[in-house]
Ligand binder design. Sequence first.
Ligand code: GLU
Length: 328
Amino acid sequence: MTLPRILVLGTGGTIAGAGSGATGAAYRPGDLALGTLIAHLDALNLAAELVPQDIAQIGSQDIGWTQWRALHAACVAAIADPAVDGIIITHGTDTAEETGYLLDLTLPTAKPIVLVGAMRAADAVGADGMRNFANAVRVVSDRESCGRGVMLVMGDAVLAARDARKAATSAIDAFRTFPRGPLARVMPATLDWFGPPHRRNEGARYAFPQALPRVAILTAGAGMDAAPVEALLGIGCKGVVLAGMGQGNAPASVLAALSRAAARGVQVVRSARVDEGIVDRNVEVDDDALGLVAARALGPAKARILLMVLIANGMTDAAHIQAAFDGG
Ligand code: GLU
């Protein structure tokens, strides 16, 4: 039997973290080289041929366009290479939802692409990284894993990158999905998909950005004034994502300032600082009158990624941006 050939792109994170010893608290994310991680994996006798490629060795709070461009290029090459069956990206969990969603928007669905991380450093007692990795291999090796978009494997679950978000700072079961539930339950020896592939043979939705426009997230708070909006415009933001109260609300003076920004060509998207829920158009806020876009199911971090991709792809019209968020 030929083993599946899996490209492993290493970026760092807690899955490659060390330095705490078995019971300590402080550790360094990305401390272990990808080669060391792969050597640990050899001991698991996984039924796959792993081909490592270093992208970075960092905590994912430091990830950005340079690493994203390298990841995207490596995925494009692997998708075109008939010798590669799928891709696993080892990644810190802090921004896994952003990297996953960016790749989801800019890559075809022809081969399985899975981000995997860990909540406990590799040398901590009860470390989850090796198990999560073994689960990721199980997912990528499965014939039914294509056509589902970029996925995230954590805590014995397979999550669509488009729906996943980090919801706990240190619990092993740190990720939640919204609006859809997990795609599958996975363990090293078993995999149960909850439905058929829903994005078979999809091409890339958007071109990968040649540069990232400056898009900021502004979190609304009771009693705030409009000065932060003016400050963001002052540093040249091309877009602003409001992490609003409730269903994307903000004090009237802030909404008025955001509306003035929209009239000047800054793209403004209203999302929610609340963990879960759709932000719809024209509920409490008159988006039509104010020229604003509703983020629908996307939280602030993913709304920012989509808005950057749309602006980078030349989209400047609020109606078209809204249509992209409706389908996001
Ligand atoms: N902040 C680090 C990162 O996101 C460590 C957290 C983690 O990987 O779980 O890479």
